[in-house]
Write a protein of this length. Structure first.
Length: 353
């Protein structure tokens, strides 16, 4: 039996993505980003992102279909991110997907963006063409500008459990805010990652949020925030630190502050993720989201997972950041599991859990 050809549409933030998969094989992944238009504002402007999706959607769709060597007629199902994300941005992708579904009569699947970040890990290895089995007891560590979460995947199509998450800023958001404080370019993640390499991470010690015993508790009696993160206090600590150098009329040691900030973020993300995995019997963990590009996060999480006997899976970077292939990949899993399509009555949900 041939595997389903699925079209995936992503528009939750600044990337317009259309991907095409056949079962677990990636055929096309076209992404158009409006990031250039947001740079001068130092953050994604929702109205601009929505308009950019509208402009980019049809060309992105056409390019993806051409790359896949397919037409809309060949497609067996359409999948679209319905949340979480920016409401207006989601609306464009969802309306486009509904229009395609109505015009072609193809089944439509509403997709949770976060679960799709995990679904991408099911695609065949691009180098070897090998099909990748989804390990039992899989965990997922998702770290981006919009999310910082550790999940347990009981079933990718029906049962995903949130073990912990940030209670305020996402890690990428903290990178972006701290970069602004340090006078570095937006988006701040890559900029901090770069200058941190020349700094001393031990020069300053920044706080590790929610790591005190009252939040952590014990394995037997977990505290309320044992597996959660908080990055807003860290951002404030960096701002105070910069102010102190300014007040003393001293030059701001940007590289040291960047390195120390990065160490605080990466330390607390990797330690809590490994703790959550250990205490939930998770043996494999998938890393996803834009911050997965961070060299120090990969290094420290890799080391700590290895010591705990946990395998860390890092998909290729273009599949870690927002894209349509991940939506198509999860859509194909739903089709293959015999899941009922969503119909066209659903609304985008910007705060989808
Ligand atoms: O997944 P993504 O492309 O979009 C969403 O936020 O959903 O992630 C973008 C975020 C930005 O906050 C950016 O600063 C951060 O990922 N980022 C990084 C690095 N590259 C991108 N953060 C730390 N180190 C990096 N190398
Ligand atoms: Zn994302």
């Amino acid at each position: 039996r041939t595997q389903p050809l699925v079209l995936g549409i992503e528009s939750s933030c600044d990337e317009t993505g259309v991907g095409v998969v056949r079962g677990t094989t990636l055929l096309a992944n076209t992404v158009s980003s409006s990031m250039d238009e947001h740079v001068r504002f130092g953050g994604v402007i929702p109205e601009i992102a929505s308009r950019a999706h509208l402009d980019a959607f049809v060309p992105t769709l056409e390019q993806a279909l051409a790359e896949a060597g397919a037409t809309l007629d060949d497609v067996d199902a359409i999948a679209v991110t319905s949340g979480p994300g920016l409401a207006g941005a989601l609306m464009v992708g969802v309306c486009a997907a509904k229009a395609l579904a109505v015009a072609t009569g193809k089944p439509l699947y509403a997709i949770n963006h976060l679960v799709a970040h995990v679904g991408v890990g099911l695609l065949d290895d691009r180098a070897t063409g090998q099909q990748q089995a989804l390990p039992e007891n899989l965990g997922a560590l998702l770290v981006s500008g919009g999310h910082t979460e550790i999940l347990r995947i009981n079933s990718i199509t029906s049962d995903v459990e949130l073990l912990g998450s940030t209670i305020d800023d996402a890690a990428g958001e903290a990178y972006d805010k701290v970069a602004r404080i340090l006078g570095l370019a937006y988006p701040g993640g890559p900029a901090i990652d770069r200058v941190a390499r020349t700094g001393n991470p031990k020069a300053i010690r920044f706080p590790r949020g929610l790591s005190q015993p009252k939040y952590m508790g014990t394995a037997e009696e977990p505290g309320k925030h044992r597996y959660d993160w908080s990055f807003s206090g860290l951002k404030t600590a960096v701002a105070r630190c910069v102010e102190q150098f300014e007040a003393r009329g001293e030059e701001i040691p940007v590289a040291d502050i960047a390195a120390a900030f990065q160490e605080a973020v990466v330390d607390v993300i990797s330690s809590k993720a490994v703790l959550a995995c250990r205490e939930h019997g998770i043996k494999d963990v998938l890393l996803g989201g834009g911050v997965a590009a961070n060299s120090r996060l990969r290094e420290l999480t890799g080391q700590r997972c290895a010591s705990a006997g946990i395998r860390l899976h890092v998909p290729p970077l273009d599949l870690c950041t927002d894209n349509g292939a991940m939506v198509a990949a999860l859509g194909a899993q739903l089709v293959m599991a015999g899941t009922e399509p969503s119909g066209i009555g659903f609304a985008p949900d910007s705060s989808m859990p």
